[in-house]
Ligand binder design. Structure first.
Ligand SMILES: Cc1cc2nc3c(=O)[nH]c(=O)nc-3n(C[C@H](O)[C@H](O)[C@H](O)COP(=O)(O)O)c2cc1C
Length: 220
């Protein structure tokens, strides 16, 4: 009976020693079979979010890019948002102090008259922290084969020295019209890069074009 007890005791001891002497790997080496510690979950989560941040990282660094746009019926605004997705820049809506009419036919006349007058409609607001931006995308719809006069009001309100201006435009088909030739007069010190025009009816599916265009600008 005593012998049997000794045998049982020595077997128990042998099992305990085996368990303590490296018979199991540290949890860091066999993570699959061990539940992760709270700390390791946290670090996995933070590295995941770092990766997401990395993939969403703006091409040319957040904080130095402004996307200023005017949009009457939403197409140019949509394009501005795509540019924001690509660059991580700040959006600024260019608006007239006196809003344009909602009536399309009436607007055609108003826009044409502004062009004839070479008007500079008053702006509703100014960009804060203008000095902090290096790259300024400027977007507008084509109105009568030109930019809305409001865009020239905007351009002429700021000092463009040291700034890069990137135009973009939506239209019914005419593209930038005369506006590209006129931009340097209103932003004489700006470095003007190649712009992108998208037809208003194609804005929805223009994400890849916008992305390719921005990559081609080498803004980094
Ligand atoms: C007053 C006015 C004038 C326009 N003139 C032209 C034009 O000359 N050529 C053209 O292709 N589209 C013209 N369009 C169409 C707009 O450029 C087009 O619908 C644009 O995508 C609208 O952009 P938005 O939605 O950002 O306002 C005109 C639209 C308006 C309201």
């Amino acid at each position: 009976m005593k012998k049997l007890l000794y045998l049982l005791l020595s077997m128990t001891l042998a099992f305990s020693l085996a368990a303590c002497s490296g018979g199991t790997k540290p949890s860091s080496e066999n993570g699959e079979s061990q539940p992760p510690s709270e700390a390791s979950v946290e670090s996995e989560e933070s590295s995941d979010s770092e990766m997401q941040d990395e993939s969403a990282k703006p091409a040319n660094g957040a904080g130095d890019t402004l996307i200023a746009y005017f949009s009457w019926s939403g197409n140019t605004e949509q394009m501005a948002q795509m540019i924001r997705t690509e660059t991580g820049g700040d959006l600024f809506e260019i608006m007239p102090a006196t809003p344009y009419t909602d009536d399309y036919d009436a607007l055609l006349d108003v826009a044409q008259q502004e062009q004839r007058d070479n008007a500079r409609p008053e702006l509703a607001a100014q960009v804060e922290n203008w000095d902090s931006y290096d790259v300024v995308f400027v977007g507008y719809p084509d109105w009568w084969s030109d930019a809305p006069m409001l865009i020239y009001s905007f351009l002429e309100s700021y000092d463009w020295e040291g700034k890069t201006l990137v135009p973009f435009c939506t239209s019914g088909g005419s593209g930038f019209g005369r506006s590209l030739d006129k931009l340097p007069d209103s932003a004489p010190e700006a470095t003007i890069l190649e712009g992108l025009h998208v037809s208003g009816s194609s804005v929805e599916g223009a994400g890849e074009d916008v992305s390719d265009w921005i990559n081609s600008l080498n803004l980094d």
